[in-house]
Design a protein around this ligand. Structure first.
Ligand SMILES: *[C@@H]1O[C@H](CO)[C@@H](O)[C@H](O)[C@H]1NC(C)=O
Ligand SMILES: *[C@@H]1O[C@H](CO)[C@@H](O)[C@H](O)[C@H]1NC(C)=O
Length: 416
């Protein structure tokens, strides 16, 4: 690991050492609560504000798929499984659909894994279609709104477009049958056909116990200025270069591989979590999707996330003050990253660190077992509660149909 204080000599660096030294001394300071509505929203309790009816589906839509491949419990889309378990035992659940505000159809759409553990969503459209066919014929609630008071958890890369390649995902668009529903998804990019207005953007799943096991004492100084581990190029999927991460990761590497302030590499060390706790800034550039689990890890480990992903929609953006805790750098400005970060005044860094130290911020990023108040499960429910009451216009007249059941790629229409 590079220690920038030793690697960095000369007058300019001396000034930097003094300033960041001040920041390190600040680590013992109390945490800071988010002021205003964001802080209130973060601490909201959804209980009593909404009632959710969970459709009981045959286990082939959920539990059987998980049985076939338990790795689905640990990958970054595991939120779909944990959310199902959580809602089943949550006080917001109602067994009486007549009094429900929201209907939840628990389909595990990202649990079909390759031997390498990569989720492929190719069966998901047919599975979703089949589940919707089932609920719409067995219960009267789907036909009332064609899904406008239903929510679905679709955590895969491009949400309900159900393809892992962006180009193909855009071509497919959001599955027709889900176009009136509320989508709870990890994907978040403004003005993208795969992100519907009114969707709830959630953090990817990162294992809480595993991260907790790697916590280091808080007085250990942050001696790394900028930290990043991960790919800069994806030669396998992007042989020409420039498409992966829209070139932003490549630009980080080309500009800063020899800069002593930057501790960046493709090697994933066993001290990865500890290193993030020893760093002031953690780079969170886009990859194939705008986000990665680094965003969650940075918040948990109090490392200021440097978000390089133009037009990203961040998780729970109405509750988490991302502008206050993070640094946003336009993709085109990556070559100036060193200047941008070294010119942030120490008091600004300190404030971001104090906000990051707020436990409710960390809690909102996690899906712990068992659930805890203020965690990501609660934030999802808060998001759903804030969308109530449903607008009267979502209720269709008897016999009225809006969705076209035969639209979309022909292969999606095959039975599942
Ligand atoms: C809902 O509409 C579909 C298609 O028109 C119909 O087949 C189904 O029987 C309806 N469901 C109920 C519960 O009436
Ligand atoms: C539904 O979509 C199919 C396939 O695109 C199209 O042929 C059909 O005309 C559409 N039906 C209606 C009622 O728009």
């Amino acid at each position: 690991m590079k220690d920038w204080r030793w690697a960095c000599l000369g007058l300019v660096c001396f000034g930097l050492v003094l300033r960041i030294g001040a920041v390190e001394r600040g680590r013992g300071q109390p945490t800071e609560r988010i002021s205003g509505s964001a802080g209130d929203v973060l601490e909201d309790d959804p209980v009593g504000r909404l009632k959710v009816f969970v459709y009981e589906l045959p286990s082939k839509y959920n539990k059987k798929i998980l049985q076939k491949d338990p790795r689905c419990l640990t990958h970054m889309f595991a939120a779909e499984i944990f959310m199902h378990r959580f809602v089943l035992s949550s006080p917001v659940r109602t067994l009486n659909p007549a009094e429900a505000d929201w209907f939840y159809t628990p389909v595990y759409s990202t649990c079909d894994l390759t031997p390498n553990g990569l989720p492929l969503p190719f069966k998901s459209p047919r599975m979703m279609r089949s589940a919707i066919q089932l609920i719409s014929s067995n219960w009267p609630y789907w036909n009332r709104t064609e899904g406008a008071d239903h929510f679905f958890i679709v955590p895969h890369d491009f949400g309900a477009c159900f393809h892992y390649l962006e180009e193909k995902a855009i071509e497919r668009r959001i599955l027709t049958l889900l176009q009136r529903a509320t989508l709870v998804q990890t994907f978040g990019q403004k003005n993208h056909v795969c992100l519907k207005d009114g969707s709830i953007t959630i953090p990817p799943y990162a294992p809480p116990q595993k991260m907790e096991a790697h916590l280091i004492p808080p007085h250990i100084p942050r001696s790394i200025f900028v930290y990043f581990r991960g790919l800069f190029y994806d030669v396998g999927n992007d042989p020409e270069g420039g498409y992966y991460a829209r070139g932003a990761r490549a630009a980080v590497w080309e500009n800063f591989k020899d800069n002593p302030l930057f501790d960046i590499s493709t090697e994933h060390p066993s001290t990865y979590y500890e290193d993030m706790q020893r760093a002031i800034f953690c780079l969170c550039p886009l990859g194939w999707a705008p986000w990665s689990p680094r965003l969650v890890e940075a918040v948990i480990f109090g490392c200021i996330p440097v978000i390089i992903a133009d037009d990203i929609v961040l998780p729970f953006a109405d509750a988490i003050p991302w502008e206050d805790i993070g640094v946003f750098v336009d993709e085109k400005d990556v070559p100036n990253l060193d200047t941008i970060l070294t010119s942030i005044p120490p008091e600004v860094i300190l404030r971001k660190q104090r906000l990051l130290a707020n436990p409710s911020m960390k809690q909102a990023m996690l899906f712990p077992q068992p659930a805890q108040s203020g965690d990501a499960f609660h934030q999802i429910l808060n998001g759903l509660a804030r969308k109530l009451p449903h607008d009267k216009s979502v209720y269709l007249k008897a016999g009225e149909k809006v969705l076209n059941w035969t639209a979309g790629p022909v292969a999606d229409l095959k039975p599942w």
